[in-house]
Design a protein around this ligand. Structure first.
Ligand SMILES: Cc1cc2nc3c(=O)[nH]c(=O)nc-3n(C[C@H](O)[C@H](O)[C@H](O)COP(=O)(O)OP(=O)(O)OC[C@H]3O[C@@H](n4cnc5c(N)ncnc54)[C@H](O)[C@@H]3O)c2cc1C
Length: 381
């Protein structure tokens, strides 16, 4: 039972959990091994309306009163099946489409947001560069003003959905002298000449979610594709990434839950010294500690999502949710692997995937230490 859920949300979670159990979970291992972007599943979930959680009905959204709670449930449930798939959806349906909805013109919303919510287009969000990760003020991608628009030149790295995106919200500097105050967001259609995917990065974690290195070589972006003001891009990106931290926490929780469930089942089945290993106190204590951690992560994350739905400030809460859930669920996955013994290291058991995937929320969207730095700053220290 979750105190933050009402009957409608419980029903929503129930329906989604069924889709995850029937459609996503059975494909999770194959997706992890093939590392392929699951386009058919992506489209299927779009047709079911889940990408519209955050948006009004006029664009194909669900027009919900508590979109943050619902989106948190979406991220948690999907990650229980496959964090790779959940990472694709998490990025697509929030940060990557948020900017078009919030700062895009009506024409842009019709052209990009509407098909994206149906799953007919894939969206990405690009800030990070080879020399600008935690320090976003160091971004070098340049947006040079020209007649009728801008020319974007620079490189982005680690961009989720980057190889498959139809459009990308890109942070670029309109005035390098002004550092963060000279950053704007641009919607780049990936069919535009000058845009290329330099490579798909091979990685430890979230295999089916691609991480791309992107090159912008004098890519022309018309004026109408600047999302927000010439100076406010960094602040706008910060707003959208703040909310995203709650969703990243939910990704961690989904994987933590999957690891806990698998370890509990295994502890009841695996026999050693003539009895199930779950009868040994050392294993019991691990499982109880895992459950305690999981409950703490869930309660705090849903608390942060509830505050977001109430329109209250969440800078501290979203960062704390990400720290608690990302670090906590990584520990849960480590304990689960330990309970599986040697089989934990075998690729035929999913527990090694859970542990690999659990590193993503600790880094994606800002590392846990950067979250601590952010909270410390809010505390005035
Ligand atoms: C799988 C994956 C998907 C991603 N998807 C996207 C995406 O879609 N879009 C996007 O824009 N970015 C994306 N990122 C990038 C992600 O946001 C960055 O990796 C993250 O912000 C950290 O930056 P960095 O990797 O350059 O690490 P660095 O900034 O180089 O940090 C390295 C280490 O130094 C520490 N450190 C740095 N500065 C400080 C400081 N001031 N105080 C204390 N410690 C510090 C960090 O905590 C870390 O431990 C993704 C990353 C991954 C791994």
């Amino acid at each position: 039972m979750n105190l933050y859920f009402d009957e409608d949300l419980e029903q929503f979670q129930h329906n989604l959990a069924r889709w995850v159990d029937e459609r996503l979970a059975p494909q999770a291992e194959a997706l992890d091994q093939s590392k392929e972007f699951p386009r058919a599943l992506f489209k299927e979930l779009g047709e079911l309306g889940y990408y519209g959680i955050m948006y009004p009905e006029q664009y194909g959204g669900l027009g919900l009163a508590k979109p943050y709670l619902y989106y948190t449930v979406l991220c948690e449930e999907l990650a229980r099946g496959s964090m790779g798939f959940a990472a694709i959806v998490g990025m697509h349906g929030s940060a990557a489409t948020y900017a078009v909805h919030t700062w895009g013109s009506e024409a842009l919303r019709q052209r990009y947001l509407v098909p994206a919510l149906k799953g007919d287009m894939v969206a990405a969000f690009a800030i990070t560069e080879p020399d600008a990760g935690s320090d976003a003020s160091a971004i070098r991608t340049r947006a040079q003003k020209v007649e009728g628009g801008y020319r974007l030149t620079g490189n982005k790295v680690f961009i989720s959905n980057g190889c498959n995106a139809d459009f990308i919200t890109v942070a670029a500097s309109t005035d390098p002298q002004k550092r963060l105050k000279g950053v704007a967001l641009f919607l780049v259609d990936t069919k535009t000449p000058g845009f290329t995917v330099a490579r798909r990065l091979d990685k430890l974690t979230t295999h089916c979610s691609d991480a791309a290195e992107l090159v912008f070589d004098e890519v022309f972006v018309p004026d109408e594709c600047r999302l927000g003001s010439e100076e406010g891009g960094f602040l706008n990106a910060f707003k959208s990434l703040t909310v995203d931290r709650i969703f990243t926490a939910a990704l961690a929780i989904g994987t933590g839950r999957a690891a806990y469930d698998a370890a509990l089942k295994y502890a009841k089945e695996r026999q050693q010294f003539g009895q199930p290993i779950g009868k040994f106190q050392a294993v019991q204590f691990k499982l109880v500690d895992m459950l305690a951690e999981l409950e703490q992560c869930r309660l705090y994350t849903y608390h942060a999502a509830t505050l977001a739905d109430r329109g209250q400030p969440i800078i501290i809460e979203a960062a704390l949710a990400k720290i608690i859930a990302a670090d906590g669920c990584n520990e849960i996955c480590q304990k689960a692997l330990n309970i599986f013994g040697g089989y934990g290291l075998m690729n035929e058991y999913p527990v090694q995937r859970y542990l690999r995937d659990s590193y993503f929320p600790m880094i994606g969207g800002g590392t846990s230490d950067i979250m601590r730095m952010l909270v410390a700053r809010q505390l005035g220290i």
